[in-house]
Ligand binder design. Sequence first.
Ligand code: XMP
Length: 492
Amino acid sequence: MANLHPSLKNKEFWYKDITLIPNRLPDFERDEVDLTTNFTKRIVLKTPFVSSPMDTVTESKMAILMALQGGIGVIHYNFLTIDEQIREVEKVKRFMAGFVFNPITLSPKNKIKDVFNINEEFGFFSVPITEKGTLNSKLVGIVTHRDIRYRQDMETKLEKLMTPRKKIIWAKKAETVSQNNLDLAIEILRKNNLDTLPIVDEKNRVVALVTDSDIRKQSQFPLATVDENKRLRVFIAVESRLKLAKERIKKAFGVGVDGILIDASVVFKEQIEIAKFVKKNFPELEVVLGNVDSGEMVEKILKEAHQYCDGLRVGIGPGAACITQQELGTGRAQASAVWDCAEAIKKLEPKYGFIPLIADGGIKVPDLAEIQKPGDISKALALGDQTVMMGSLLAGLDEAPGEKEFDYEENKMVKKYRGMGSIEAMEKRAAVRYGIEKVKIKIPEGKVIKVPYRGSGYDFIPKLIAGVKQSLQKQGFRNIKELQEEADIRPI
Ligand code: XMP
């Protein structure tokens, strides 16, 4: 653990109450700092950022942004139907891949408008055309962006404009997919200057494809958090009610989700049943439990559920849109919660193994859109958590759901950000998060606020990353492990 000043022990403190003292003589450049960390036991991130499962923060666009920048997004469940949430997962998993194993295919009888619809939903134009219009059916042609970009005649059948089978360059499954040889597929793609390379089995049935845009994305975003097939990783939040969560988890697994975050403002026992259900039925999935805010809680939950828990979320009521602490007189100063939980989990490591912590909430919103405050992030990491989860800091980005608007009082552009415990959010599904979906009188634990509009996350997140690296460099630490072992944390 880092060195926490004795005057802070047994005290409650926020990030603003502490500072990190530089004691070393750094002899390396800022960009040599390595921020690699664990989100869960098995999922490693190159950037320690996680976006909150909130309906004004994380849907597919935010999850794509976070994963491309080396972090990860957790898609909220405050949709009217389960399928809407699953669709968002699908968009992330389809954003890029090495081999695309579940390409959308059409039949020669489909029309140009069907390709435009696919583009609108998933953002791509290349579609293999198969005899039956399904995967594992014979390849008869291909349609790419070049074939239709200027077409207005939406009702024209694809058979009239597709590149026919005999003119298509394709690769054999036995030489590529079966041998996990993506390099060969890329070589064929590049040598022939193709947008898309279909891969077919010995009976000429389409089994996968490789696209040039995927390959380019991979080199453009070297930090990206990807699975074994180079698809972006993504988590979903599920409610802490076994019956409701079951269906959601099954469906999300079907479209390739990487893990489940069981969402509640305070961890409760039913979470353990859900975690067991996941581990028994879908052992490939990682499971995050929470929230906790003290060493005692960490000990209790791990005693019962350490074998089903791959990550724990820390923080009760520190969020920018939270009112739990004021309304209910419960919760905790976030920095002391992070320290206490980290200390406890470290002590329990010999017994239960390594379980990463996520410092959730309280990373402060700066007043001006141009200013970032990565300082709070470095403090959370120094106090012992492996990643930070952020809501309000990200809600002002273009990639967060909702439109920007002009605030005449503040004279600036803003976006709406709402706590999942606000009455407005609970009108949909979110009351489950607070265990009060069945009761008539609902006490809100969150509010609706406005946050500064911050533009594109593709500009903002790299600055935030650079800021965290600079903080570590200033203190002379090359990585998060060194920071967590040696940081000198003092009161301000
Ligand atoms: P920040 O400070 O990053 O916090 O905006 C995001 C985290 O806040 C939590 N959250 C809530 N907590 N009432 C609460 O007490 C709420 O209505 C609420 N909504 C979200 C959540 O943990 C999130 O990640």
